[in-house]
Design a protein around this ligand. Structure first.
Ligand SMILES: [Cu+2]
Length: 181
């Protein structure tokens, strides 16, 4: 049985949104960790009405803008997290939304971190939930990586965003696996 999570229940309860609003369910979650293994927050992929949104909630991070991307391999080996591989890029494009030959499917906006070390972003990922699941949950999985510096959105292959300071492997929601099969 497919269980869904009605994330929008609070909104619906206000009566300001029609009951036709699609239910949402969590496709996958990733726990972000630093090289020393301590938490740096989490990322969640949510599907609602065929649209997939990535939500990132960072903590314990240096203030400022940090490049964030979906990476092609679901491995986060400290300290450098290089095992997460390059950006998720099934279409073979170049990096960056400001790159005429871009962008990677895994490209995301920078994560803006406040003075208290927290920051969040929500971003719609291109493509259908089914297509994205196919790309994310291939044999070697996928990960999300936070970088030390801001992504310039144009320099291939990683936007000059520097070392990888946090990483999380996406773990697919078991009920989503059941739905896809
Ligand atoms: Cu990256």
């Amino acid at each position: 049985m497919i269980r869904t999570i009605l994330l929008l229940s609070a909104v619906l309860a206000t009566g300001s949104v029609s009951a036709a609003m699609p239910t949402a369910h969590v496709l996958a979650t990733a726990s972000l960790v630093a090289a020393d293994g301590t938490s740096r927050g989490e990322a969640t992929l949510i599907e609602a009405g065929g649209v997939v949104t990535l939500n990132v909630k960072g903590l314990g991070l240096p203030p400022g803008d940090h490049g964030a991307h979906l990476h092609a391999i679901g491995k986060c080996d400290a300290p450098g997290f290089t095992t997460a591989g390059p950006h998720l890029n099934p279409a073979g494009k170049m990096h960056g939304m400001m790159n005429p030959q871009g962008s990677h499917l895994g490209d995301l906006p920078n994560l803006s971190v406040a003075a208290d070390g927290t920051g969040s972003l929500a971003f719609r990922i291109d493509g259908s939930a089914a297509a994205l699941s196919h790309d994310l949950f291939d044999a070697d999985g996928s990960a999300i990586v936070i970088h030390a510096a801001a992504d310039d959105y144009k320099t291939d292959p990683s936007g000059n965003s520097g070392p990888r300071i946090a990483c999380g492997v996406f773990v697919r929601t078991p009920t989503d696996t059941a739905q896809a099969e």
